[in-house]
Ligand binder design. Structure first.
Ligand code: UDP
Length: 336
């Protein structure tokens, strides 16, 4: 029997914290490491209020390989879920070296620590950005990958390649989860997304605009080749996404191969205007928005084929965009 102790890097971040909650709910013991570069210690209190348990926490950077190794050894870790990474697309264009250093050196440091402490299982946060604008939709895991638009996207692709190559040595088993567009918040409004500065992503921009923190939402283009002219994405509720990680922990203990990749989305595409309209209708709030220019680097449309995750992980998304905009708005309303 492998231990129920799971190391969660970046466990105080948006997706990490929701995953920690669902791991605890499923009877695991998450051990968090986070360097607090884009998260807050208060998140630990939110996790404790929801679950009644306070996970072990280490304030540590994943580049500190020796300390990581000690933590892996001391805590008898069976699997690692790796979230700790920089994630802002625009910033990665400004600071490519920071992104390659943190995200690529970060995973190498983590894998070395895992190898030295004989920890075999890793679940990696990848992204649908690896597909770019695919010719055929929905995208499956067999859809060809294209050159990434941004250094951020490229770090995800490179990390997948590093994991694949390393898995071939037999030293690790890897599950790589390609997230579509994570959004929403925990139903309790005790944890949620905490963007640093001006949000890049649509849903936090909407909630901050509705809360009066931003003047107006700009919809980036309405002349795309889609039914209403705005871009289409597959928005996945962060709690569903968290549950995909719990399923991956169960899966990785059983599977005999070394490397598996899964799309994690809902299988449904939603346009920007549909999100805006749903936000207004569900929350009874008028949103100040206007149509602007296209954003450079945006793809027109993408949504996931999730059959592989449905059948092999036994996972499927249960929540929809109504849940996402409702939970995101409830979270926003109680922030100071
Ligand atoms: N978007 C928008 N206005 C904003 C932020 C995003 O119209 O202020 C659009 C963006 O063009 C894309 C969708 O919302 O079509 C999702 O963008 P986000 O940055 O959240 O995720 P992406 O899929 O680009 O990673």
């Amino acid at each position: 029997m492998s231990s129920k102790n799971i190391l969660v890097t970046g466990g105080l971040g948006f997706i990490g914290s929701h995953t920690v909650v669902e791991l605890i709910n499923a009877g695991y013991f998450p051990i968090i490491i986070d360097n607090l570069s884009n998260s807050d210690l208060k998140v630990l209190d939110g996790i404790e209020k929801i679950t009644g348990k306070k996970p072990v926490f280490y304030n540590l950077d994943i580049l500190q390989t020796d300390d990581l190794e000690k933590i892996l050894n001391v805590n008898n870790i069976s699997s690692v879920i790796h979230f700790a990474a920089y994630k802002a697309v625009g910033e990665s264009v400004e600071k490519p070296l920071d992104y390659y250093y943190n995200n690529v050196s970060g995973i190498i440091s983590l894998l070395k620590a895992m190898q030295n402490s004989n920890v075999k299982n890793i679940i990696f946060s990848s992204s649908c950005t690896v597909y770019g604008q695919a010719a055929d939709l929905p995208v499956t895991e067999r859809t060809p990958l294209i050159k990434a638009e941004s250094p951020y996207g490229n770090t995800k692709k490179i990390c997948e390649e590093i994991l694949y190559d390393f898995s071939k040595t037999g030293n690790v088993k890897v599950v790589s989860l390609r997230y579509f567009n994570p959004a929403g918040a925990h139903k309790s409004s005790l944890i949620g997304e905490l963007p640093l500065g001006i949000p890049n992503n649509l849903i936090p921009y909407i909630t901050q605009t509705a809360a009066g923190l931003r003047n107006i939402l700009t919809i980036f283009g309405n002349n795309y080749n889609t039914p209403d002219g705005t871009c289409i994405r597959d928005y996945i509720h962060v709690v569903d996404l968290a549950l995909a990680h719990v399923k991956s922990v169960e899966f990785i203990n059983k599977f005999t191969d070394n490397y598996e990749v899964f799309n994690i989305g809902t299988g449904k595409g939603t346009s920007v205007l549909e999100i805006v309209n749903t936000f207004e209708n569900i929350n009874f709030v008028k949103l100040n928005y206007s149509i602007g220019e296209r954003r450079k680097g945006d793809i027109e449309q993408i949504w996931a084929d999730c059959k592989k995750a449905n059948s092999l992980l036994g996972w499927e998304a249960k929540l929809d965009i109504s849940d996402i905009v409702k939970d995101a708005w409830n979270w926003q309303k109680q922030l100071d």
